[in-house]
Design a protein around this ligand. Structure first.
Ligand code: F6R
Length: 589
């Protein structure tokens, strides 16, 4: 995925766009670029590297209509030529784009008389618009006609030096219009313009927004065929403070520590709302929990919680594998889609498949106005505020809390669920003190010296072992693997060497003795056991205490691994907020 921001208004568009790009950098950080409107030509500046490292604003052209892009490469290598914006042959049209144009080779062949300077699908769009303008069409109509030719998922913003108009459109990739006083913003995500306005229009698939700067900035909405649409802005509840670092060195640690309150925020939904969704789950004949990556592990832990509390079987499928299950879908099937961004392409595709089969869809999602939220039959927001570090932390535990509450509601024990989760939130708040952080930081110095590590758990904490491994892979780049404790002796135990760090998730539950035996099996082969548990044990070489939370133990157990991942990354001088090769939300398949 990539980040887009554009500005049309009376202020210095260049500095607003550069600032917005910095706020969107979590969406992509291999290269960036900006286009500033001018007549007769558009000035374009592009660079390989992170926008956060760029501070020479004076070197850029100034202007009141500007657009920028921060890239996470999909089509074409990370080079200056492939960075956006892309221009047509004459340089009069500039385009930024997020997504993938599936028929780009075909269209590029059609445009063989044009000269291309990059390997991207985006550049083709600028030539396609140019081609339409050659046939006498105006800029706006040329963009719309071009859009009707594109297959795939995309968010596109185009400007032309011959008009004062900027045209934005979406099909499958997010695009939000920020509406200020006589000024407009177009962005992939709200934090890019939140300090300027909290009024936003979330474009629907097939929407085109045209913003003119004259006589004063104004906007019109149409579909791809020019039919007028009415779109009204809604007020955004996220605040600028939530979106900032607020004195922390990195977003990742800020967001981990925010779990002191986000768990409470996650369950601050009225009983009726929770019960309504719980009733949908109870009424369904076949429920699927769907998510990708960390959200997939949340789905998995949710299935254990539903089995234990609601006595309900739930199918868990990762988004990308869901197409194989389409034969089992009926109009009584319910999909519960779990996602931080609400824009993950594989999860969205699962939703589309399910909807075609007449299934109902509920989403548990953090980003307000996201595609998943808007296209589900019902939704629950995680209420965690913006999560900007690429790896998910506070939203993970918020989603587990929501699923736990739903399981209790399905069992007709909502009050009991609320009590448990309120006490969980309080105890996590107490747990996260300075002493706790410094002990985990101390441990990270040992872990940082190893290339591999393993995490074991059973039952509810098996998915947390898998999630812990994702955290240790993606941030400090340690080859970590999670296993069900019982699976170890069927192969993976061969990997244990003298000193290999192994985390054992030992909750005070019915599988406690078994997981301790598994930890002992590792220790007997030289492994170094880090126990995450309410109680210390002789088997542990290091002990990270967590509160005894019963069914909510996955929440308590994953937080110390998030911290270990963060501190190990810092120890290894890896950037915790922007891990290599990753993007915050994966809007391509
Ligand atoms: C890992 C991580 C990813 C996401 C996955 C799904 O820390 O954040 O694995 O969980 O890309 O993203 P969302 O939740 O936005 O659907």
């Amino acid at each position: 995925m990539c980040g887009i921001i554009a500005y049309i208004g009376p202020k210095d568009g260049t500095s607003i766009v550069i600032d917005g790009l910095k706020k969107l950098e979590y969406r992509g950080y291999d290269s960036w670029g900006i286009a500033v409107h001018g007549n007769p030509s558009i000035a374009v500046e592009k660079q390989v590297g992170k926008i956060s490292d760029f501070n020479d604003l004076d070197s850029l052209p100034g202007g009141r209509i500007a657009m920028g892009h921060t890239r996470w490469a999909t089509n074409g290598a990370v080079t200056q030529a492939n960075a956006h914006p892309h221009t047509c042959c004459t340089g009069k049209i500039a385009v930024v784009h997020n997504g993938i144009i599936e028929n780009f080779q075909e269209l590029k062949t059609e445009l063989s008389s044009h000269s291309f300077t990059s390997d991207t699908d985006t550049e083709m769009i600028s030539h396609l618009i140019e081609e339409n303008m050659h046939s006498g069409m105006g800029f706006e109509d040329s963009v719309r006609l071009a859009l009707t030719r594109l297959d795939g998922r995309f968010a596109v913003v185009a400007m032309c030096s011959e008009t004062d108009k900027v045209v934005a459109a979406r099909k499958g990739s997010p695009l939000v219009i920020g509406q200020g006083e006589d000024e407009y913003f177009i962005a992939s995500d709200i934090p890019a313009f939140l300090e300027h306005t909290d009024m936003a229009v979330f474009l629907e698939d097939g929407d085109v927004a045209t913003i003119s700067s004259k006589p004063k900035p104004n906007i019109t909405y149409t579909d791809f065929y020019g039919n007028r649409l009415s779109r009204k802005p809604t007020a955004i509840t996220w605040t600028v403070e939530q979106a900032g670092l607020n004195g922390h060195e990195h977003y990742m640690i800020k967001e981990i520590l925010e779990q002191r309150h986000t768990l409470k925020d996650a369950i601050a939904h009225p009983d009726q709302r929770i019960q309504r969704i719980a009733d949908m789950i109870n009424d369904a004949f076949g429920t699927f929990f769907i998510g990708c990556g960390t959200a997939g592990k949340v789905a998995m832990v949710g299935s254990y919680i539903f089995s234990k509390i609601a006595k309900k079987h739930v199918n868990v499928v990762v988004g990308s594998e869901f197409p194989s299950y389409h034969d089992f879908l009926t109009d009584r099937t319910l999909l519960v889609c779990i996602s931080q961004s609400g824009e993950t392409a594989d999860t969205l595709e699962a939703m589309e498949i399910a909807k075609k089969k007449g299934c109902k869809v509920v989403s548990i999602v953090n980003v307000m106005g996201s595609t998943m939220m808007r296209t589900s039959d019902d939704y629950i927001l995680c209420n965690s505020g913006p999560e900007k570090a690429v790896c998910s932390t506070k939203v993970t535990t918020a989603q587990i809390a929501i699923l736990t509450l739903l399981a209790y509601a399905c069992a007709g024990r909502l009050d009991e669920g609320r009590k448990l989760l309120t006490s969980t939130a309080n105890r996590v708040n107490i747990m996260l003190d300075e002493q706790y952080l410094s002990e985990i930081q101390f441990l990270s110095k040992k872990v940082a010296g190893y290339e591999s590590m393993y995490i074991i758990g059973r039952s509810l904490n098996y998915p947390m072992a898998l999630e812990g491994a994702i955290k240790m892979q993606e941030v400090p780049y340690i080859h970590a693997e999670g296993f069900a404790g019982g699976e170890l002796k069927h192969g993976p135990i061969a990997l244990i060497e003298n000193g290999t760090p192994c985390i054992a998730l030992v909750a005070n539950d019915e599988v406690k003795n078994e997981i301790l035996i598994n930890a002992l099996e590792i220790k007997s082969r030289g492994g170094y056991i880090i126990g995450i548990s309410p109680k210390d044990n002789d088997i542990f070489d290091s002990w990270i205490p967590v509160p005894d939370l019963g069914i909510a133990s996955p929440i308590a157990n994953i937080i110390p691994i998030q911290l270990l991942s963060y501190y190990t990354a810092v120890e290894k001088e890896c950037d915790p907020d922007r891990p290599r090769n990753l993007a915050k939300s994966v809007t391509v398949k």
